[in-house]
Design a protein around this ligand. Structure first.
Ligand SMILES: Nc1ncnc2c1ncn2[C@@H]1O[C@H](COP(=O)(O)OP(=O)(O)OP(=O)(O)O)[C@@H](O)[C@H]1O
Ligand SMILES: Cc1ncc(COP(=O)(O)O)c(N)n1
Length: 290
């Protein structure tokens, strides 16, 4: 019984003969490998999910800054989403650089078509990336309204940093006490959940982020490490959350797992180039192991 299904003795069974969960990032590339879809893919793989990409823009970027950005045609971005959704399947999706209003429209139409979004089969994390850490814009000014009015209401979770909160709501959060007002204002735009990231509260001795569902607020405490090398921290956080959602975690559990992951990633951040180095997505792996 069952012998016919056994692997022949001279062939080894692969360690995994079932597919891992899948996660899709709809984001821009970073030639320096620190942020954007490069950071997302590294975080996906470190968190044990199969990572897929719909590239929205190619940036010319290193640790010092962004010196160029070329947009991918919106229909090609939508086609990438369709290609992976129809063949492979998407257990959770996230966005990074969306660049323009026309790209946002194309992405949202594709997500609607393939069941990605709030209240649909596939959780949808919208990271409203507006600028690089070094200050260069990554979103056209005309795209902010589309992001807020069209993408946020379709999001399961939105994950603004404090600069993005200021841009989207006018609220200038200066301390931990201001985060709930910021979360309420962002929640009014229509997502299920809002996560306000606290990395920019440089005077705070801790990094306490806030998760809000319109009723209850959950604090996510973490240490603050003394490092300038935080390139990609926001991308890695949103990706680790997306990976946990792909595995079926509840939102509070996914965000708690993401916070643990990004905290260790900042702890192990490394210098690179002449500017700001990346957070490490491979702190579980020794860089010296073969
Ligand atoms: N110095 C630090 N030590 C520990 N955790 C940090 C530090 N800086 C940021 N974090 C954490 O990293 C995550 C990303 O937060 P942040 O507010 O920096 O987002 P962001 O601005 O989108 O990131 P990025 O640096 O990629 O622009 C949050 O959980 C935040 O608390
Ligand atoms: C392609 C791309 N996507 C996102 C970011 C934001 O990351 P950071 O705020 O760490 O610069 C970036 N710099 N480049």
């Amino acid at each position: 019984m069952g012998r016919m299904h056994e692997t022949p003795g001279h062939l080894r069974r692969p360690a995994h003969d079932t597919a891992p969960p899948t996660a899709l990032t709809i984001a821009g590339s970073d030639s320096g490998g620190s942020a954007g879809m490069h950071a997302d893919l590294r975080a996906f793989f470190s968190c044990g999910v199969h990572g897929m990409t719909a590239v929205t823009a190619v940036t010319v970027q290193n640790t010092v800054g962004v010196t160029g950005l070329v947009e991918i045609p919106p229909e090609t971005v939508a086609a990438q989403i369709g290609a992976v959704a129809t063949d492979i399947g998407v257990d959770a999706a996230k966005t990074g650089v969306l660049s323009s209003a026309t790209t946002i429209e194309a992405v949202l139409a594709a997500c609607d078509e393939h069941g990605i979004g709030r209240g649909r089969r596939t959780p949808f994390v919208v990271d409203p990336v507006a600028a690089s850490r070094s200050g260069e814009p990554l979103l056209r000014p005309d795209a902010l309204d589309a992001l807020r009015d069209e993408a946020f209401p379709r999001a399961t979770l939105v994950t603004p940093n404090l600069d993005e909160v200021r841009l989207l709501t006018g609220i200038d959060a200066r301390s931990r006490d201001d985060l709930l007002d910021a979360a309420k204002a962002v929640h009014d735009f229509g997502p299920d959940w809002v996560l306000i990231k606290s990395g920019h509260l440089l005077d705070d001795p801790k990094c306490v982020d806030l998760l809000f569902d319109g009723t209850d607020a959950i604090q996510l405490p973490g240490p603050r490490y003394s490092t300038v090398h935080t390139h990609g921290a926001g991308d890695v956080f949103a990706s680790a959350i997306t990976a946990a959602l792909a595995k079926g975690a509840s939102m509070p559990d996914a965000v708690a797992a993401g916070k643990r992951f990004v905290t260790r990633s900042v702890e192990h951040a490394y210098p690179l180039g002449a500017g700001v180095g990346p957070v490490s997505t491979f702190w579980r792996v020794s860089p010296r192991s073969l």
